[in-house]
Design a protein around this ligand. Structure first.
Ligand SMILES: *Cc1c(COP(=O)(O)O)cnc(C)c1O
Length: 214
């Protein structure tokens, strides 16, 4: 916890940014509810989960964690929108008009981000950058969904200099759409992300160690 905090502080300082303008999201996929509770005890208030069903199992044990915000950061199928809107405070992976419609129909106030796919990788989810302006227009007309910014997950590389150009492109796209928040950067490249303007970094391994394989 302290090591990650120090990394965020150092990167913010180097970039001439304030620590308060960067939110640490602790990514707890594949870890039990007890790990979330321990992190909460240490002061963590933002958590990221990837799978609706997995978090549905953990959520009942976490109902008493005051001030905790749970972000959906994994791909969300529109048939799970209903459940997700009940479980989460924020959905960072909105990537289609269909999903926007389904979520808005739940009439629950939710912060959302548009997930953008900046690489051609077949397997990755996220909206094509060309579709982003249209999604932004739709979200601005929503009554319950509040658009906060953009999120991305670049192709994996252990070299942060390889992911930096993706962070920069997300920032440019967000500026063009007048969006303030950027969710980008993980355990191994959070410094580069903060230097490029991340307002939310999503960190799993560096906080909790390796996840078990499926
Ligand atoms: C798992 C995951 C992370 C955290 O990755 P680490 O390398 O463990 O920090 C961040 N974002 C998303 C979308 C993830 O699925």
């Amino acid at each position: 916890m302290n090591a990650v905090e120090a990394r965020i502080r150092t990167a913010a300082e180097r970039a001439g940014r304030r620590r308060e303008d960067i939110t640490l999201i602790a990514v707890t996929k594949k870890f039990p509810a007890s790990v979330i509770r321990e992190a909460w005890d240490l002061g963590v208030r933002h958590f990221g989960e990837n799978y609706v069903q997995e978090f549905e199992r953990k959520a009942p044990e976490l109902a008493d964690l005051e001030g905790a915000t749970f972000h959906m950061i994994g791909h969300l199928q529109s048939n799970k929108a209903h459940k997700a809107s009940e479980l989460f405070h924020s959905i960072q992976t909105v990537d289609s008009l269909r999903l926007i419609e389904r979520l808005e129909r739940m009439r629950k106030r939710l912060d959302v981000m548009i997930e953008v796919k900046l690489s051609g990788e077949e397997s990755k989810s996220g909206a094509d950058p060309l579709l982003v302006p249209e999604l932004v227009r739709w979200l601005r007309d929503c009554r319950y969904l509040r658009l906060r910014g953009l999120m991305t997950m670049p192709p994996w590389s252990d070299d942060p200099e390889k992911t930096r150009p993706y962070f920069r492109r997300l920032k440019e796209l967000a500026s063009r759409c007048w969006l303030a928040e950027l969710s980008m950067g993980m355990s191994h490249d959070l410094e580069a992300a903060i230097e490029e303007g991340a307002t939310h970094v999503r960190v799993g391994t560096a906080l909790f160690g390796p996840r078990r394989k499926e």
